[in-house]
Design a protein around this ligand. Sequence first.
Ligand SMILES: Cc1cc2nc3c(=O)[nH]c(=O)nc-3n(C[C@H](O)[C@H](O)[C@H](O)COP(=O)(O)OP(=O)(O)OC[C@H]3O[C@@H](n4cnc5c(N)ncnc54)[C@H](O)[C@@H]3O)c2cc1C
Length: 505
Amino acid sequence: MRTKQDFINALSKMKRNIYYDGQLIDRTDELQSDCINVMGTTYDEAAKPENEELMTATSHLTGEKINRFTHIHQNTVDLHCKQDMTRMLCQKVGGCIQRCMGIDGTNAIYNVSFEADKVKPGETNYHDNFKKWLTRFQKEDMIAACAQTDTKGDRLLRPAEQHDPSAYVRIKERTKDGIVVEGCKLHISEASVSDEVLVIPTRALRPEDKDYAVAFAVPADYDGMKQVVTIHNYRQREHFKRGFTPGLTDSYLLFEDCFVPWERVFLAGENLHGGILALLFALFHRHSYSGCKPAIGDVILGAAALAAEVNNIHKQPHVREKLSELIMTIELGYAAGYTASDLGKPEVYIPGMGFVPFGPGSYIPHSIYCNVGRCLSGEAVWREAEILCDIAGGVVATFPHEKDFTNPATGEALLKYTKRNPKMSAEDQAQFWRYLGDAMCSATGGIANVGNYHGGGSPIMEQIAITTQYDIESRKKLVKYIAGMSGGDREALAKINFINKPIDK
Ligand SMILES: Cc1cc2nc3c(=O)[nH]c(=O)nc-3n(C[C@H](O)[C@H](O)[C@H](O)COP(=O)(O)OP(=O)(O)OC[C@H]3O[C@@H](n4cnc5c(N)ncnc54)[C@H](O)[C@@H]3O)c2cc1C
């Protein structure tokens, strides 16, 4: 497995295709170092003996020990470990661990490429292509971004109806050696520090949208793809250093007549499977949220409790009520993911058909629980910020810059006037408000909230998944029976699977 230093060395050798604020930059530019440190944590922690079970796995392709972020889930234990690994790592970096797009993208493509090969038996090699790519990905312990979100143009038009045909990434040309693609993927997290980029469709596709049913992988510094990156760093500190400084990046990926050889193509024209791939990536990604959102909740809860202590209001009943609200969201999100892991199977839910076998046997978390967990946690983002804002007061917004604390003209007075709880040192109180200002009032804090709300799909997408997959009709029958209405047959009710479990579990 790779070390953090191996990862940085590999980044330093990549070609320059990253544009930042009008300039071409190196991947190891100082601007990216906080983000690289977050990603590097996934290597450092995997090397620790105490994390071996959680963070490593045995490759089902080679039998070798691999970093769990490159693993294909083989059973429910793997799903549990992925959720718990995500929570543990997000706690370590105080936010998003940023490597989940790769594990979620690879697991989705692994399953869908297998099924797509059945459409024209013998004519396509998507699954073998993907397994070859995956073997190298696992051996070299690489990082992959997953590029799903298209520009989407007019939201009410389907891909083939758009005024600009490249509003969704599409196959422009097919040759005997590969495909030529064009379009742009938006908001692609950590593509600027990834080895590879996985590209997949973003929505359900009709037969006339078949050129948009495309999945492939390219190196992140590939000719034919430019990255325009936004880098989200906290304000630099000289004197009062943080315990850990996280950084994030998001790229717009521009595909300009980008040639992709067939061995890197995992789907090319199977519209139905394009839609399933979009949904399956979202499903795996919503499962990842059941690890990261509870961890982010852990940090918010700790911050809210500390803010209350600094203000010496921690024993007040309204604070207890708010802390309990945070805990309920954290643990309900975690419990939903835990259940999704526990009920995982090599199956997907198809409306009207129920659970059907899918893929070559790797494990997929349960859809309803992934979606309810992600929707509950995603929508709670602004409420959690509201609770923090309420308990903290206005100080987080206006806390003076660090050099005003080191300047003899103002430092002593500032410490005196920012001290609140007499039982905590003024220095610690100041350091706490600096942290909370970073988290709540910086550009990075705002961006993280938007990401936590929309990442993995806006809440409406989870609501659509939940209501189309949940057996609401059976609940109507239940009430008809209890109310004594016609259509409420007791025997029919006995056959209904009210707890959403796969029947033979
Ligand atoms: C920080 C951050 C990181 C991200 N990282 C990644 C990443 O790594 N990879 C990736 O692929 N994506 C990533 N995303 C993208 C994320 O998945 C999308 O933002 C999300 O799916 C919503 O899509 P959108 O931003 O295009 O919003 P839109 O889809 O434009 O949504 C805006 C509003 O329009 C509504 N709407 C949209 N279409 C319709 C319609 N047809 N009918 C009615 N209403 C409609 C929506 O419900 C919503 O209310 C990231 C986003 C953020 C903010």
